[in-house]
Design a protein around this ligand. Structure first.
Ligand code: ATP
Ligand code: MG
Length: 730
């Protein structure tokens, strides 16, 4: 008689079981979201160990994030009913670093090499460029960093760049500079992230005896999220799988969302060619989501041209469920309020907070939700990044504001005195501290005296003088011109935004967006003092407590995860799809945005709420947004719409100094995001005038003071607003 089926296999459907039990030879599982690809991979891992096909250390398993690696380790342990140690399980980076430590000397490194972070990387490259006499103003190092990263993603070492991949950067010197940069790294016994796989792949290529050792070691290879591998990752896998060819990759072409980081969907298409005789398994039952959620996701993604195409049907026993809900809201605040209310409702009905996620397109979007959740006392966690007010650029900006309004705020002053770099080295800062202590005055006063007394070398002195004069000027202007306008100018004149504009790292644009969002948030407060007080309260709220929390993260970070209830806010043209993808104009980038939307919807098990706001604010101005085209691409019968689809109301042309905005794409203003905030001439508005305000509607002025008005609004009650933001009604 056949032995009874082990429990862990009985929890699979026939196709999944086939994928788990086909142990020999190349296998590709190509299937839509939630069909159990990751479950197959985990079960396969356990099955290899249970059947004695491999010892724990003989399986190489690649996941996309460390979190996923942890989960897989736990699940394998659960199936085996014992903790498993010594696994080669992790991300590409983690696995490559481990291998490189073992063979560092083969690429001229010692085993204790350091891995540089992005800052160090850029600094080093700058030195190299400096030494080569490159004009750094004309050719910012960050630009070359991008070129080098691309080459590394494609497995190209210096001296091996084909003509088609060459770069004309710095008058065709990119490749030579790349070579010098690599030489500097080697001299320092260091490498950067991109080097890890590049070096390891080189080693496997050039040292057959090493490659053979790994062929013997890794009997089986497992790869999750295969659609997002880049070329060098692919080459590494192919080398390792060459011998036994026991490689199993799982992926979904519809979820390829990292092409901007060099991922190549062609790797999927190439699998069959590189591994002839590969078995392809398709899984078609989705066990994650209810039928309406799946219908919405499938319908949306069917708009993409370049896809392999697959069937997806609901496999849950309780597949019927509520329809996907599309909510139209007035502005981003109302959007945050609406999400907050729904979360409270769900919580009352027994949904655990850890089963709720808010997934945003851009990092800055978390701000309004964070504030709402804090107000409601709902704990939350931001994945894949910091909470909004803890982000570096936000802390820097706030330090600038604090140092400007308060001469005695040493902590704030210290944080920004040399950011951006003003040539104030450690020695200068130490003498500043000593002087402050000796004289018993705050740092800023000591700095002023130092500048007067000519204590520093000319260049740093001039830079410090400029900062101090700037602070005096900004503080003085704050009263007169309003805190938002001055804050924007401060960030500009201090060189702070410039610093991030010159930074070509992948995070820099997001940081600039965060700074804009900060200014937007600021407009809610009558003045800087009130805003800073609010920030202090928000920051204090930071709870380290364990327990259930709502998850906030970007769509990119949500890959592979699932939640009962998913909120997808900000579905507006220019935000999602992003302005960048629209500017690029190609169908390709729009299709990647659509895949991102597909990833978002398919994270939801039971409830999916998509929303868009008709208005977003920029520096207290209102700008209208039109609903994302993706909303029109959802199947009518499977979605409910709440809140009459609100088209933005026409904005008085004077507000933007241009034509009507109705029905146009998102105004450039908000994306191009020029920091040049025009302080519009403030019209003379007398007490008693009837006015119209973009957000609060009609009202009557009850008091007027230095450009600020108290207005009794007909609907919104009494508010204090900037005079520039209301229209006189005759
Ligand atoms: P994604 O493409 O989003 O990464 P996936 O294909 O990796 O999704 P899994 O995360 O493995 O899908 O599975 C989705 C959900 O369905 C999980 O909760 C999983 O436990 C469950 N599941 C998978 N297979 C089955 C099955 N045969 N029976 C019941 N539930 C299943
Ligand atoms: Mg998965």
């Amino acid at each position: 008689a056949t032995p009874p089926l082990p429990e862990y296999l009985s929890r699979l459907n026939p196709e999944q079981r086939a994928a788990v039990e086909t142990l020999d030879g190349p296998l590709l599982v190509l299937a839509g979201a939630g069909t159990g690809k990751t479950r197959v991979l985990t079960t396969r891992f356990a099955h290899l160990l249970m059947t004695g096909r491999a010892q724990p250390h003989q399986v190489l398993a690649v996941t996309f994030t460390n979190k996923a690696a942890r989960e897989m380790r736990e699940r394998v342990g659960a199936i085996l009913q014992r903790p498993v140690e010594g696994l080669w399980l992790g991300t590409f980076h983690a696995l490559a670093a481990r291998m490189l430590r073992r063979h560092a000397e083969l690429v001229g490194l010692r085993p204790d090499f350091t891995i540089l972070d992005t800052d160090d990387q850029t600094r080093l490259l700058k030195q190299v460029m400096d030494a080569a006499g490159v004009d750094l103003k004309r050719w910012p190092p960050a630009g070359l960093m991008g070129v080098i990263q691309r080459w590394k993603d494609r497995g190209l070492a210096p001296g091996k760049i084909p003509v088609a991949e060459s770069s004309d950067y710095a008058n065709n010197r990119a490749e030579a500079l790349y070579a010098s940069y690599q030489a500097r790294l080697a001299a320092l016994n260091a490498c950067d992230f991109g080097d890890l796989l590049l070096h390891v792949t080189e080693i496997l290529r050039n040292h057959p005896e090493v490659l053979e050792r790994y062929h013997r070691l890794f009997r089986y290879i497992l790869v999750d999220e295969y659609q997002d591998t880049n070329l060098v990752q692919y080459m590494w896998l192919r080398l390792l799988a060459q011998g036994h060819r026991n490689i199993c990759c799982v992926g979904d072409d519809d979820q390829s969302i990292y092409s901007w980081r060099g991922a190549e969907i062609e790797n999927i298409l190439r699998f069959e060619k590189d591994f002839p005789g590969a078995v392809i398994v398709r899984l078609e039952s989705n066990y994650r989501s209810t039928r309406p959620i799946l219908a919405a996701a499938s319908h949306l993604i069917s708009r993409n041209q370049g896809r392999l195409g697959k069937t997806l049907r609901a496999g849950r026993r309780d597949a019927d469920g509520e329809q996907v809900c599309i909510v139209s809201l007035w502005d981003s605040e109302e959007e945050a309020r609406s999400v907050g209310e729904r979360i409270e409702q769900a919580q009352r009905k027994g949904t655990s907070l850890s089963e709720i996620a808010i997934l945003v397109r851009a990092g800055f979007q978390t701000r309004s939700f964070e504030e709402r959740l804090i107000t409601l006392g709902i704990p939350y966690r931001v994945f894949g990044g910091a909470k909004f007010y803890e982000r570096q650029e936000i802390r820097d900006a706030i330090a600038y504001f604090r140092a400007t309004v308060s001469a005695s705020d040493d902590l704030a002053f210290e944080r920004i005195v040399n950011v951006p770099k003003r040539g104030l080295g450690d020695t200068a800062l130490t003498s500043l501290h000593v002087a402050a202590r000796e004289q018993g005055v705050p740092l800023r006063i000591a700095a002023e005296r130092m500048v007067e007394g000519g204590a520093l070398r000319p260049k740093p002195r001039a830079a410090l003088r400029e900062l101090l004069e700037g602070m005096a000027r900004w503080r003085e202007a704050m009263e007169r011109e309003g805190h938002v306008v001055v804050a924007a100018r401060l960030l500009e004149e201090s060189g702070y935004t410039e610093m991030w504009k010159n930074d070509r790292s992948a995070e820099a644009p997001g940081r600039l967006d965060n700074l804009k969002e900060l200014l937007r948030a600021m407009a809610d407060f009558p003045d800087m003092a009130a805003f800073l007080e609010h920030i202090a309260l928000v920051m204090e709220n930071d709870d380290k407590a364990e327990g259930e929390k709502v998850s906030l993260m970007t769509l990119h970070a949500a890959k592979g995860l699932e939640f009962d209830m998913v909120f997808l806010p900000g579905w507006e043209e220019g935000l999602f799809p992003s302005q960048r993808s629209l500017d690029e104009g190609g169908a390709k980038s729009l299709e990647e945005e659509r895949r991102l939307a597909y990833v978002g919807i398919t994270r939801a098990r039971k409830c999916c709420v998509i929303s868009h706001a008709a208005n977003r604010r920029i520096y207290g101005n209102w700008t209208s947004s039109i609903p994302s085209r993706f909303l029109d691409e959802l199947p009518e019968g499977e979605v409910t719409r709440e809140g009459a689809e609100r088209r933005p109301i026409p904005v008085p042309s004077s507000v933007f100094g241009g034509g009507p905005l109705l029905g146009t794409r998102r105004p450039r203003l908000i994306e191009a995001g020029a920091w040049e905030v025009e302080s519009r001439p403030t019209p003379e508005i007398a007490v008693g005038s009837r006015v119209f305000h973009q957000k609060f509607g009609y009202g009557t002025v009850t008091a007027s003071e230095e450009g600020r008005l108290d207005i009794e609004f007909e609907k919104a009650g009494t508010k204090r607003v900037m005079a520039g933001f209301v229209e006189l009604v005759h």
